[in-house]
Write a protein that binds this ligand. Sequence first.
Ligand SMILES: Cc1ncc(C[n+]2csc(CCOP(=O)(O)OP(=O)(O)O)c2C)c(N)n1
Length: 229
Amino acid sequence: MPVAIPVGTHLPHAVGVAWAAKLKGEKTVAVVYFGDGATSKGDFHEALNFAGVFKTPTIFFCQNNQFAISVPRSLQTASKTIAQKAIAYGFDGIQVDGNDLFAVIAVTKEAVEKARSGGGATLIEGVTFRFGPHTTADDPTKYRTEAEIEPWKPLDPMIRLRLYLKEKGLWNEEVEQRMTEEAQKEIDQAVVDAEAVPPPGPAEIFKYVFEEMTPPLKEQLGYLKSTLA
Ligand SMILES: Cc1ncc(C[n+]2csc(CCOP(=O)(O)OP(=O)(O)O)c2C)c(N)n1
């Protein structure tokens, strides 16, 4: 799917992809990731309702990191959990420790298998915490205290996974240094590649809603081109 900046608009897209796959008899499962803030969008309701009614093979994965920029989870919804919202749409909802990599893999696998065997959608709520700012334009000290952050620190998934791998004899300083260097190289290359992509032309905004552009869109594109010429 094309990149979409508005919060939550990709949820109905994921249901559409899953429904199309189901109608074509394909084994595709659509997995869509979004934040706790996205659950307040109408798109969330429409997507989950449609997925429930048409039993689409869609996995809704909510990364509940406790904040939508400055809005805390408690002001986002009066529901006790996000997972329980699935009950109203007629399918399973499951809450998982989002900082436990293996638990996340296990519930996702189970949901994918269920969807693939015709069991329909699942809502997964991964409970986690956003340690840093939302973006470089955000200052979290304006809306949360250090005391709020403290209990989450030992639950950091990186710390837990590193400890687990060390205990299994799969991780040491040397591995860490090598992998960090490799990852840094990959990131540097990705930045070079991304910066080499030319900026999109104005016609791009008309391209991705319909497989074939509708007559009004063609007309609008023609008008835009004439004004830019
Ligand atoms: C429809 C819409 N409204 C507002 C914004 C501005 N905005 C960008 S991210 C964000 C918060 C998103 O919070 P959440 O869904 O919890 O996701 P997170 O970034 O925490 O993963 C907002 C309000 C937007 N992009 N789209």
